[in-house]
Design a protein around this ligand. Structure first.
Ligand SMILES: C[S@@+](CC[C@H](N)C(=O)[O-])C[C@H]1O[C@@H](n2cnc3c(N)ncnc32)[C@H](O)[C@@H]1O
Length: 231
């Protein structure tokens, strides 16, 4: 079990080591605007002066999310290649190369944000990230983990039921085709780890936080989780 986990973690590390863009379903200006609009809404009612972005990637969303306005921004990603792209675009940004599920500093942040990263974390990494994020959160701070693949939508995704746009899994598949796709996903994962709302609620409660959820319109098989302290 432990060696399977290590192999899976290594798989994602190696996958991202060579990437130079975030591999969103559509990487056009319109698609980025649409996604960023949805993500901005998650923290619009919140003060976001000091921002920590986990899995910040190549910076494609940096100014679209308004993070260029933050008084303090720190981006963390384990892919040097992705951070090189970010630095080329925004040379004065503070970026660190680190495994996000282990990253911790003594600084405090109003917003600890990640988008489309949680799918690369197994349960242990998700729990550890939340431990660290809770410790780095300012008293009224907000943790946003956006774009978490929703396990209840897994079959619909695999069958291509969510098509209609071009963001979600291509053509509708026959049942054998859907099963073949599910098996492929287990052997050579494309999406990664899928989560459900009750387990995220429990993870939050165990750390003295409450979790709220929003569905994703951009990717209908994903949800966003927002965490705040209850005490
Ligand atoms: C799909 S991209 C998303 C990038 C950006 N957040 C966005 O929404 O456009 C995933 C990013 O997470 C990073 N990543 C994945 N797992 C990570 C981990 N354990 N620690 C740090 N970065 C990670 C990858 O290197 C990649 O840059």
């Amino acid at each position: 079990m432990a060696s399977t986990l290590r192999t899976r973690r290594q798989h994602w590390y190696e996958h991202w080591a060579d990437q130079r863009n975030p591999q969103h379903a559509k990487e056009t200006e319109d698609a980025y605007q649409d996604l960023a609009g949805e993500l901005r809404n998650l923290f619009a009612a919140h003060r976001a002066d000091r921002v920590l972005e986990i899995g910040c990637g190549d910076g494609a969303l940096f100014d679209l999310l308004g993070f260029n306005q933050a008084s303090r921004y720190l981006g963390v990603d384990f892919s040097q290649a992705m951070l090189d792209q970010f630095r080329a675009r925004f040379p004065r940004t503070d970026l660190r190369t680190a495994d996000a599920s282990r990253f911790r500093t003594d600084e405090r942040f109003d917003l600890i944000f990640s988008s489309h990263v949680a799918q690369y974390w197994d349960r242990g990494q998700m729990a550890r990230h939340l431990d660290h994020a809770a410790a780095m959160l300012a008293p009224d701070g907000l943790i946003v983990i956006a774009g978490i693949p929703w396990s209840r939508m897994r079959l619909a995704y695999g069958r291509g039921d969510l098509t209609g746009g071009d963001l979600t899994g291509g053509r509708r598949r026959s049942l054998p085709g859907a099963l073949a796709s599910a098996v492929r996903e287990l052997v050579a994962p494309d999406i990664g780890h899928w989560y459900d709302l009750p387990e995220v609620t429990r993870l939050a409660a165990a750390r003295g936080m409450r979790a709220n959820f929003r569905g994703s319109g951009h990717y209908p098989y994903r949800f966003h989780a927002l965490f705040q302290r209850t005490r």
